[in-house]
Unconditional design. Structure first.
Ligand SMILES: [Zn+2]
Length: 214
């Protein structure tokens, strides 16, 4: 629309297309100009419309990115399931784990963890109407909610797996001084391959304990 706008306002005034545009512009109600003006208002560029000015496409591109980024940030904090996602994802861009040659189950586990749908009690408790504070981990004695952070960082059921996959990371002095949110971010973002392997093994272990499966 902006490209067409830039062309239209540059046309000779006698050209039929320009005359049709001027008619549309003057009317500005339930028509193309009305819709375009509405978009420019949202992007804080309406002065270009009012003064019939050429719109710089790179400026428009930046405004569009800002607009959708703020909309996206506003929407995701309202979805409780995305509790982990909002801590990990700050930019709308392709995540590095997507580009790694992970197996299907590894990629699936990482995606499920990020989206809050890994079958942990924080999620499965929701199916049977448990309050959030009731969704306590049944696999350790810490009396913690079994959420993504507990599953990756704390639950004692997976201590061996954690030592196996994250040994060097979790013994690092800097790591020990981090908050839980920072630890989760550090592990998931900086070590996606190790995280993927850990998640597959930990979910398998959890399943074995719950269902006795091998
Ligand atoms: Zn636990």
């Amino acid at each position: 629309m902006a490209r067409l706008w830039n062309r239209l306002i540059s046309f000779d005034d006698q050209r039929i297309t320009k005359l049709a545009f001027e008619f549309d512009y003057e009317r500005c109600r339930n028509n193309w100009c009305f819709d375009f003006k509405d978009i420019l208002i949202k992007l804080d560029l309406v002065s270009h419309f009012e003064r019939k000015e050429i719109i710089d496409m790179s400026l428009l591109d930046l405004r569009l990115q800002d607009f959708y980024l703020s909309m996206w940030k506003r929407d995701i904090i309202n979805v409780s399931k995305l509790r982990t996602y909002v801590k990990l994802k700050t930019m709308v861009e392709q995540e590095s784990y997507v580009k790694l040659n992970l197996s299907k189950s590894q990629r699936s586990c990482v995606a499920q963890l990020r989206c809050g749908i890994l079958p942990l009690r924080i999620e499965t408790g929701r199916y049977i109407g448990e309050q959030r504070e009731e969704r306590i981990c049944n696999f350790c004695t810490e009396n913690s909610i079994e959420d993504e952070s507990h599953f990756v960082l704390d639950c004692s059921l997976y201590t061996e797996l954690r030592n196996e996959h994250f040994k060097d990371i979790i013994s690092d002095v800097n790591y020990l001084q981090m908050s839980n949110d920072e630890k989760l971010y550090h592990i998931l973002i900086n070590f996606p391959r190790k995280t993927a392997k850990y998640l597959v093994d930990a979910i398998r272990k959890r399943r074995q304990v719950v269902f006795g499966q091998v």
